[in-house]
Design a protein around this ligand. Structure first.
Ligand code: FES
Ligand code: FES
Length: 152
C-alpha cells in the first residue's frame, strides 16, 4: 500500500506492506536510534513519539501511523544530548542500547510536565528495561536534569 509519513517533520511517500511494524519501517528508512530489544512490547527500546506521545514501535503498525507526526531521536538531537549528558554523568551509560528509549520517553514527559516529581519520573520509566544497570543511575540522571531545569 502507498502511504505518506511525517518523520521528524520530513514528509515521505512509501509503498509498504500493510503488516509491517513501525519499528521495522523506521529502521529500513535509516532511523537507527529505534532499537529492537524484544519485539514483544516488553523492553521500551523501540519507543518513538507518535503525535507527541511515546509508543512502542514494535507493536504499532506503520500503516496506522500514516499522516501522523512521528519523532525519533534523530530529530531530537539537541534535547537528547542535553538529557543524555546527565545520564552519562551518573555512570548509567553502559552498553547504551536502552538509552534512546529512555531518553525519548523523558523528552515526552518533560514536554508534558515541566517539573515532574521523582515518583512521576519513575512511573514514566516503568516500561523501559535495562540489562546492564540497576536503573538507579538513569533515575538519578533524570532527577538531576529536572533539578537543573528548576535552577534555571
Ligand atoms: S522492541 Fe519494542 S518493546 Fe522491546
Ligand atoms: S546500558 Fe545496556 S541495556 Fe541499558
Amino acid at each position: 500500500m502507498q502511504a505518506r509519513f511525517i518523520i521528524n517533520n520530513e514528509v515521505i511517500e512509501r509503498d509498504i506492506d500493510p503488516d509491517m511494524t513501525l519499528q521495522k519501517f523506521l529502521r529500513k528508512e535509516g532511523y537507527y536510534s529505534v532499537k529492537c530489544g524484544c519485539e514483544t512490547s516488553n523492553c521500551g527500546a523501540c519507543t518513538v513519539l507518535l503525535d507527541g506521545k511515546p509508543v512502542l514501535s514494535c507493536s504499532t503498525l506503520a500503516a496506522r501511523t500514516a499522516g501522523h507526526q512521528i519523532e525519533t531521536l534523530e530529530g531530537l538531537q539537541k534535547e537528547a544530548e542535553e538529557i543524555g549528558a546527565y545520564v552519562a554523568d551518573e555512570g548509567a551509560d553502559q552498553c547504551g542500547f536502552c538509552n534512546p528509549g529512555y531518553i525519548i520517553t523523558m523528552i515526552a514527559l518533560f514536554r508534558q510536565n515541566e517539573d515532574p516529581d521523582d515518583q512521576t519520573i519513575r512511573e514514566w520509566l516503568a516500561g523501559n528495561l535495562c540489562r546492564c544497570t540497576g536503573y538507579e543511575g538513569q533515575i538519578r540522571g533524570f532527577i538531576k536534569y529536572r533539578d537543573a531545569r528548576r535552577a534555571g
